[in-house]
Design a protein around this ligand. Sequence first.
Ligand code: PLP
Ligand code: MN
Length: 368
Amino acid sequence: MLQAPPAEPGMREEEVDTPALLLDLDAFEANLDLMAARLAGTGAKLRAHAKTHKSAVIAQQQMRRGAVGQCVQKVAEAEALAWGGVPDILVSNQVVDPRKLRRLAALSGIAKVAVCADDAAGIDTIAAVAEAAGRRMEVLVEIDVGAGRCGVSPGPEAVALAERIAASPNLIFGGLQAYHGSAQHKRGIEERRAAIAGAAEGVRRTVEQLTQRGLPCPIIGGAGTGTYELELEQGLWTEIQAGSYAFMDADYAANGEPPAFRQSLFVLSQVMSAPRDGMAVLDAGHKAVAIDSGLPLVWERPGVRYTGASDEHGALTVEGGARPKLGERLRLVPGHCDPTVDRYDWYVGVRKGRVECLWPVSARGGMA
Ligand code: PLP
Ligand code: MN
């Protein structure tokens, strides 16, 4: 069931129904501006990852600042964005089911759509679907640059897949997907730098071998909020896929030398019980805020910590400072922004304490 919007434009933040997904618009816009400024003149473009925001509205704001398009992880996200007016979408993931591929092929009538592959049979399935749909589909080869998730090894295996794509009359070889997921949250900057140097070695070797066979790589995509500066240093990646930078979260804030983005995303919650000294209980448990990357932080309330999450309750421990009062609203910084956003139907955009806008999380919850 679609939730009713928890606020109206013009309301004060203290009047917003809870729990709600709050976006501090000044911080959010500063983050978008900072990324655009950082990429200007580098030769790399932003293809922001929409798995974070799941919103055509936010995609449009990123593209107005120079992003070439969006990444998505799933076909349902591609549908929400394409029909929401996003003209250039990369599914930065494998899609192997013919039904899902037919949905993607249909979308290529309204947007430029590309997809990744890491398997010869998978490529043949995409080619067969493209042929039946009367479309040419763009396919990138995903290489495993250290995360040990999807992707073939850099080098000959990747080249063989690229040649298979290029040989198909229904497919276009779009380049390489080279994202190092597990490097993003390595706490030390030098650990992250070493991981991305290793990734770059694999990319460089694969590009050389592709070039020898006359296969140019229009896109070399990868990088997230935690490492994008390091991919830029390498000068190889053409598209930066950062997503969390727009919002940030407690997990990114815990990185050593964290990226210079501001916290813009919050879960607004309300104190619903405060029966004893030293504690209070919020109406935001782990159904309201993702805890897969750690518990949320309480924003700007020294001495007040979020120490336990159950389904609908968030336990606060109060050490010094004033105990939050019954009915008081507190902002929480989610441990992990992406899955937190996916729990809500609306962003409540606030500026200087007032609600300014309500944006739908239009790609929310699409499991497919
Ligand atoms: N690219 C890919 C393929 C991803 O899976 C992700 C996130 O998991 C990102 C980019 C964006 O990373 P972040 O949200 O940490 O910036
Ligand atoms: Mn994430």
